[in-house]
Design a protein around this ligand. Structure first.
Ligand code: DC
Length: 224
């Protein structure tokens, strides 16, 4: 049986993982799997149901009521929370921060590990997240750790928000990013880290096309 090809892209928030992963998947004809969206869907459930995200026992107790699955429409991943498509409501800072907090809990991670592994076993995927190369897919053929300086990531986020017409402050965004990095890197289970066999790509001084080309080259060198 032919084995599926797995490309794992990990890194901190705002490094450009999803943009790059999406582009790469499209070029290679692979399926893009956004695991952050799954954690966001769970966080959205907790927020919607008035569950205090800092209350681990309460979050764990609610986990059996949460079902996250994904579907693909025109090649775009749709996250279904208890059967309902939540793609349109999970991209806020509030949900992102809540996901960063609740993803540290074992009960939350356990809900998603199998779903992610099954997708990668069945399909050629570009999967992005925090623990893909280190924990979810330790045998991924290609592993990338994509990062960028805090200043660069804050500036990109700021420009995005300004373009959307949202009021924001560069300093506050940078502080938010630093806090999220710290939480994601210092939790006990599956913390964000560069896998030993991952290739480090720093996107601070690179355009999207340059990052995509660099990763494409790593892929071709490895898979040929
Ligand atoms: O990539 P993102 O911003 O959509 O992720 C939101 C949060 O979800 C992130 O701060 C930490 C968590 N997450 C995780 O713990 N493991 C993953 N594989 C992906 C995301």
């Amino acid at each position: 049986m032919a084995m599926s090809v797995n490309i794992a892209i990990d890194g901190p928030a705002g490094a450009g993982k999803s943009t790059i992963a999406k582009k790469l998947a499209k070029e290679l004809g692979f399926v893009y799997v956004d695991t952050g969206a799954m954690y966001r869907a769970m966080a959205y459930y907790f927020l919607q149901n008035g569950i205090e995200t800092s209350d681990e026992p309460a979050v764990a107790a609610a986990c059996p009521n949460v079902d996250v699955t994904i579907a693909y429409v025109d090649g775009e991943q749709q996250v279904l929370l208890n059967g309902e498509n939540v793609n349109g409501v999970i991209r806020t800072e509030e949900v992102g921060n809540a996901a960063s907090v609740t993803s540290a809990y074992p009960a939350v991670r356990q809900k998603l590990v199998e779903l992610q592994r099954q997708l990668a076993a069945r399909l050629d995927v570009v999967m992005d997240g925090r623990d893909i190369g280190t924990c979810i897919l330790p045998h991924a053929q290609v592993k990338i750790y994509l990062t960028a300086s805090v200043e660069t990531r804050a500036r990109r986020r700021y420009d995005e928000l300004v373009k959307k017409g949202e009021a924001c402050e560069l300093d506050a965004i940078a502080k938010d990013i630093e806090e999220r990095d710290y939480r994601d890197m210092h939790r006990e289970i599956a913390p964000l880290a560069q896998a030993e066999d991952a290739v480090l790509v720093d996107s601070s001084m690179l355009t999207i096309d340059e990052v995509a080309a660099a990763i494409r080259e790593i892929y071709e060198r490895t898979i040929g």
